[in-house]
Write a protein that binds this ligand. Structure first.
Ligand SMILES: Cc1cc2nc3c(=O)[nH]c(=O)nc-3n(C[C@H](O)[C@H](O)[C@H](O)COP(=O)(O)OP(=O)(O)OC[C@H]3O[C@@H](n4cnc5c(N)ncnc54)[C@H](O)[C@@H]3O)c2cc1C
Length: 772
């Protein structure tokens, strides 16, 4: 048995999850007395940041910005059968981000005073998420966004250290090396089975490559590439760093915005912040903390806005962006909406939407979300999520936030729209019994449902992106629809959003149209100017870019492409070279057109993906290590892995049995969407729309309404359109092979089955796999 060498580029959240899950699953094997192959496994981690910065672009230790999401519990797919309670606890701790975060947050009862000083937005969500138990102890609900992001960095750091310690104690054959402050600048795939890294030392600029950097496998998890959007004098005088309260105070002092004696921003001072979504919102809470605008009552644990102070700080913050109409959405989560059922659609109908061949699902799910929201709100679908100016968007969201503030059970439009988008992308379920519904769906359609929502999320774009000959127009339509959906998915916690829209209503926050290129710095006045508007400071949050991932550029140059600019990812996220050989790389970050966001959008996606990646690596390592396993074929371990995957797929007949059952739901939902279009055109007002939708819950019922519509002279054109579209409609589902190609990841279920087969094969050949 040979040693193997794996390089992990990027030691952010996904790199660390790989590290911890790998160790946890090996400990589980060991502690369950399963045989372990002890031939050396070298895992080298590379990260360009110093260890003092913590991880990644979101969870640096110094980040005082607020979390946007809930946190994940321990990975459940690690086998813990027969382990003692203490062993389970030790294994779970390695991946229990939620638990570790809560531990840190609640450690010494000092977090709230700290947050009230650094970021009132993080204090607000922490306050909402924490509640006192009967014994007076404070509990934290990690099922919602609940504090500052830096604490994730701290928790992840502790979890990594603990895993490393256990690995050293129990897994001597696992040789882990973490190298900080080194950039992986290139990977040479001249020999696709032996990638060679080029690594640059950040401090010295020294470039290293050659024999010491030859690996069997590489995982690329370098996260999302960001760029600082300003340069020259503007950059020198702007704040472009990690959202940290102390750094921000230093900047504001330097710009003479901050009164160091009063420890507050000087009323009348003005700031520009680039952007109108999450990264820009990160700073608002921190800036407001440096005024007297938000007050906290320690007895009642409530926040209030001091309107006089708001008056004194008019126009403190002006947000700007190049184009109109984009404003980060609010994450309304009232139970009244979460548990709302629908009498127009069911889970099978929603599931069927993603299975039509070559369809771009995003525009359809947006239309459906508009219809279902309009139906409930007695509006027209075209009135939902309209293309309106930014100011109108903010006004609209302010009204929605106010509604929820007055009544926590209110059914807001934002919440409804978000619910239906999430239902289509992640869960396919609705109503109060979502867990049972989902289990039923997974049982009935086990070949069509992926147990993890984020796998579906990726599939929904993969289908269209990887279609040969996709037109630029289709691509634009897809990106536009997806952007709207993303805005709802990655929304801002309600408490923070409400703070922002209230500050807007009070004149503290405003918006203007302008681009970074329009911003100038005057060294004479020591002020910035945007189209004639003068301000004292500029905050330029780092922005997502499609172009700055140099490592990807270099990798993709060596890979076969579907068409210019488009990499082609095979099942398992492998790339091939032009000679059709697999590169020994698992690329956890699609590139081009900004789609890295697919993999790096939320920690939850990483928690769903990384257990699968760990198993893939364990199988590949075993294949590479065990030279006797299958003679020559061993030269192509990726082919072996993919063969293994093929062996667990359903037969065409099994797949067709399930997909054919999708015809009726797909016909039904398509008919319903076409009917909704017809009804909107003919009746043109929200009340009638809702009434007609209520009357048309089945194809038969809709046909009866349509027969009556046929008598209305003004309805003829719309009716013809409906007839034409309905006659042209055909259920043309993907086949088993296309379905598999649509999702770049192995599903968890397939991976479990692959592991079982692989283990059996290894045991037959008297080999010891590192699997559970
Ligand atoms: C501003 C912001 C806020 C976010 N907020 C949330 C949130 O509230 N909740 C949530 O779930 N998700 C949030 N996310 C998403 C979050 O980034 C992901 O959940 C997750 O961190 C992605 O993990 P990763 O390992 O892919 O990337 P990262 O955690 O970013 O790690 C990538 C690592 O690779 C390193 N690296 C990059 N290039 C190289 C190279 N060439 N060589 C060596 N090292 C390299 C980087 O230094 C970094 O440490 C946020 C993202 C951003 C940008």
């Amino acid at each position: 048995m040979k040693p193997t060498r794996t390089a992990i580029c990027g030691f952010g959240l996904r790199g660390r999850l790989f590290h911890n899950i790998y160790i946890a699953s090996q400990l589980s094997l060991l502690w369950r007395n399963q045989p372990i192959d002890e031939s050396p496994r070298h895992h080298d981690y590379f990260d360009l940041q110093p260890p003092t910065e913590g991880l990644g672009t979101a969870f640096q230790l110094s980040s005082d910005a607020a979390l946007n999401t809930a946190l994940d519990p321990p990975i459940s797919s690690i086998n813990k059968e027969g382990l003692s309670t203490e062993q389970i606890r030790r294994i779970d701790r390695l991946t229990d981000l939620a638990g570790r975060y809560a531990e840190l947050a609640m450690k010494d009862g000092t977090i709230m005073p700290r947050l009230l000083e650094s970021n009132v937005a993080a204090a607000m969500i922490f306050n909402s998420a924490s509640s006192s138990s009967r014994t007076g102890e404070l509990n934290l609900n990690t099922g919602v966004a609940c504090g500052p992001r830096g604490l994730i960095g701290e928790a992840a750091e502790l979890m990594t250290e603990e895993a490393l310690k256990l690995a050293k104690e129990y897994l001597p054959w696992l040789v882990i090396r973490v190298r900080y402050e080194v950039v992986v600048s290139n990977i040479d795939f001249s020999n696709p089975g032996f990638p060679v890294l080029t690594v640059v030392d950040v401090k010295t600029g020294e470039e290293m490559t050659g024999i010491d950097f030859v690996y069997n496998l590489v995982i690329k998890c370098t996260g999302t590439t960001f760029e600082i959007p300003v340069s020259g004098e503007v950059k020198e005088n702007a704040f472009t760093g990690v959202p940290n309260s102390i750094d921000l105070t230093t900047y504001l002092t330097q710009q003479k915005i901050f009164d160091n004696e009063k420890k507050k921003i000087i009323p009348g001072k003005k700031l520009l912040i680039g952007g109108t979504s999450l990264s820009a919102f990160d700073f608002i809470g921190m800036i407001v903390t440096k005024t007297n605008i938000v007050e906290f009552n320690h007895q009642t644990r409530t926040f209030t806005i001091n309107e006089e102070e708001a008056q004194r700080n008019q126009n403190l913050i002006t947000l700007f962006n190049r184009t109109e109409g984009i404003f980060g959405a609010s994450r309304h989560l009232p139970n009244s909406v979460t548990n709302l059922d629908s009498d127009l659609v069911n889970p099978e109908m929603i599931l069927s939407l993603g299975l039509q061949k070559n369809a771009d699902t995003y525009p359809t799910i947006l239309e459906l979300a508009r219809i279902l929201t309009a139906y409930k709100k007695q509006k027209l679908p075209s009135q939902i999520e309209k293309n309106i100016s930014t100011i109108d968007q903010i006004e609209y969201m302010a009204a929605e936030n106010e509604l929820l503030a007055r009544n926590p059970d209110a059914v807001t439009e934002i919440a409804l729209f978000r619910k239906w988008i999430r239902c289509c992308v992640f869960t396919h379920t609705m109503g109060p019994d979502q867990v049972q519904q989902r289990a039923w769906l997974e049982r009935k359609y086990n070949h069509l449902v992926r147990s993890h929502g984020w796998l579906n999320f990726r599939t929904m774009s993969y289908n269209i992106y990887h279609r040969p000959g996709i037109e630029e127009r289709e691509h634009e339509l897809h990106c536009h629809a997806r952007r709207i959906a993303f805005n709802c998915i990655a929304a801002t916690p309600y408490e923070i959003h409400n703070l922002i829209t209230r500050l807007y209503k009070l004149g503290v926050v405003s918006w203007t149209q302008g681009a970074y290129e329009d911003v100038v710095w005057s060294s004479k006045t020591k002020k910035f100017e945007l189209k004639g508007y003068q301000v004292d400071g500029l905050i330029a949050p780092r922005r997502l870019t499609q172009k700055t991932d140099m490592l990807s550029e270099k990798i993709l140059k060596q890979a076969k492409r579907l068409k210019v600019g488009e990499p082609r990812y095979e099942k398992g996220r492998f790339l091939k070279n032009p000679s059709e050989e697999y590169l020994h790389l698992i690329d956890l970050g699609f590139t081009g057109h900004g789609i890295q966001w697919y993999d790096t959008n939320a920690a939850e996606g990483a928690f769903q993906l990384m257990p699968i990646v760990v198993d893939m690596i364990v199988i590949l390592e075993t294949l590479i290590s065990d030279t006797n396993l299958k003679g020559d074929e061993l030269e192509k371990p990726v082919n072996e892995l993919l063969k293994l995957h093929k062996s667990v797929l359903p037969t065409n007949q099994e797949f067709n049995q399930q997909i054919n059952r999708m015809e009726e739901p797909h016909r039904n939902i398509t008919h319903m969407i076409l009917y909704a279009r017809l009804v909107e055109k003919v009746f043109g007002n929200g009340k009638s729309f809702a009434r007609k939708m209520r009357q048309g819950k089945t194809i038969g019922a809709r046909e009866r309404v349509i027969a009556l519509i046929a008598d209305i002279p003004r309805a003829q054109e719309a009716l013809e359109e409906f007839e034409r579209d309905w006659q042209n409609y055909k259920f043309d589902p993907v086949n088993a092979q296309e379905f598999e190609r649509m999702t770049p990841d192995f599903s968890l279920e397939h991976m479990q089955a692959m592991k079982r087969i692989f283990e059996q094969r290894c045991h037959q050949g008297n080999h010891v796999p590192h699997l559970s």
